[in-house]
Design a protein around this ligand. Structure first.
Ligand SMILES: N[C@@H](CCC(=O)N[C@@H](CS)C(=O)NCC(=O)O)C(=O)O
Length: 209
């Protein structure tokens, strides 16, 4: 297998952390997004969506989506389980993962990509050109603020997001909270549950990656 990564990007960080938590070793290919390497013909042939992360399997097949990659790795390396031990736990992790991505990660991304000059004409990932929409900068930020608030409420009395243990949901949320620094959004002083959880998960060796 090969893992296509870019060390500065938040989405592949989720996979980096997942691989590290599994204690496995997968050779890494760095795709330099800063120099538009995702649009090279060679990469596009492998992944027409022009995104990282991507996993290349030994039979030459490519998986290009965080959740699909993590689910595949969970199937072949079940220990420690990061997507739940049974059907109900699994449903909880996936429900939270999706919610974190929709309400948190995409909100931060919306604000960030519609603001940064480097994303002019490239406000959405992929090979098609989309203009920035200035109104989305503020809307994305408001959505992200709301996400922080909701997550802080959810973490009241909980150490981790679901199943009383560290899961892919924690990985997705940590990456989202850290990515929010790009829009100068930080955990607020009153969000003590979120702050405590963030300190806990940030201390894991995988979070250093
Ligand atoms: N849903 C995809 C999203 C991946 C994604 O958006 N990756 C970004 C980096 S965080 C990317 O490849 N950006 C390339 C670009 O901006 O052209 C996943 O989770 O794998």
């Amino acid at each position: 297998m090969k893992f296509y990564d870019y060390h500065r990007a938040p989405s592949p960080r989720r996979v980096r952390m997942f691989i590290s938590e599994k204690g496995i070793d997968i050779p890494v290919v760095e795709v330099d997004l800063r120099h538009q390497a995702q649009f090279n013909k060679e990469y596009q042939d492998k992944n027409p969506r022009c995104t990282v992360p991507m996993l290349e399997l030994d039979d030459g097949e490519y998986i290009h989506d965080t959740l699909a990659i993590c689910d595949y790795l969970e199937s072949i390396y079940p220990e420690p389980p990061l997507i739940g031990r049974d059907a109900k736990q699994r449903a909880r992790v996936l429900m939270w993962y999706q919610r974190i991505v929709d309400d948190g990660f995409m909100a931060v991304s919306e604000s960030f990509r519609n603001f940064v000059k480097g994303y002019r004409g490239h406000a959405l990932t992929g090979p098609v050109s989309y203009d920035q929409i200035p109104e989305l900068v503020e809307r994305g930020r408001r959505r992200a603020e709301r996400f922080f608030e909701d997550l802080d409420g959810h973490l009241n009395g909980r150490e981790y997001i679901v199943n009383n243990t560290f899961t892919l949901a924690d990985i997705a949320a940590l990456v989202t909270v850290d990515f929010a620094k790009a829009i100068k959004l930080d955990i607020q002083g009153r969000q003590s549950n979120l702050k405590k959880w963030h300190e806990l998960v940030s201390a894991r060796p995988s979070a250093q990656l």
